[in-house]
Design a protein around this ligand. Structure first.
Ligand SMILES: [Zn+2]
Length: 253
């Protein structure tokens, strides 16, 4: 059997037996793959240093059909992502991205998800200090979009009316989008004014809005949206992130 070679990001690793490790990769060609790397932990083990979480590179693996665990031949690391390990906010943001992909990706591939994951990790690693929270939000929203679950924010989710630039709507979590002002009267979701919608639109494109504010509220919205539409149980690292994001006065943007 010939091995396949594919771009891959290491999302999780744990020891297995005396000398092996189980590695969970998100791969470009085959989605989420669990592989066993044999003999990598002994003194003679090769490549242990490059097996750190978030390491990105080329994975060569023997993939067996209808199996959950495959056998790694080789992992050629092109980026170790040291920058993520030296900063707790960056590390937690990257962990949230990994947890999101692990909790939803299963084995099917989602077009664009690999690229979105690599870009999110790249951006989180190098963002200026003041942009870290926004960069993490943008990364997590682009992953959500790559899963096919982007929220609807331009037209009202209930009546379809395009929201005016001055409209303050409400986010309808169950429906997965924003309600216009008229449809918001009886709704209970979080308020989303024009500023918040503009910011959310940019984040969904993976861009950092220059005036981004209220990152904690943005994170709470993302967390609720994921809980409703994407994942079956809350992501632990999102809770951590909430505590690490900057505090601001609570005023709707
Ligand atoms: Zn409406």
């Amino acid at each position: 059997m010939a091995p396949i070679r594919t771009g891959a990001v290491l999302l999780r690793a744990h020891d297995y037996g005396d000398s092996s490790r189980i590695l969970r990769f998100y791969t470009e060609g085959h989605g989420l793959l669990s592989v066993v790397a044999r003999g990598v932990r002994g003194r003679s083990g090769k490549g242990t240093a490059t097996m750190a979480t978030f390491a990105t590179g080329q994975l060569t693996v023997f993939v067996k059909a209808h199996r959950d665990l495959h056998t790694m031949k080789d992992f050629e690391c092109t980026s170790l992502r040291h920058g993520l390990g030296s900063d707790v906010l960056r590390f937690t943001g990257a962990s949230a991205a990994a947890e999101l992909v692990l909790s939803h990706a299963e084995q099917e591939t989602h077009p664009g998800l690999f690229e979105a994951l690599v870009k999110a990790l790249d951006d989180i690693e190098v963002a200026p200090m003041s942009d870290r929270a926004g960069t993490i939000l943008a990364g997590l929203w682009t992953l959500t979009e790559a899963f096919g679950f982007a929220p609807q924010i331009d037209g009202c989710i209930r009546c379809g009316e395009v929201l005016e630039d001055t409209d303050v709507g409400r986010f309808d979590l169950a429906a997965g989008g924003v309600r216009c002002q008229a449809c918001s009267e009886a709704a209970a979701g979080p308020r989303v004014g024009p500023g918040a919608r503009r910011q959310l639109r940019a984040l969904l494109r993976g861009e950092l809005p220059p005036d981004l504010s209220h990152t904690r509220q943005h994170l709470a919205l993302l967390e609720d949206f994921l809980a409703y539409h994407v994942i079956s149980k809350p992501l632990k690292s999102l809770r951590f992130l909430g505590d690490l994001f900057p505090r601001e006065a609570v005023v709707a943007p």
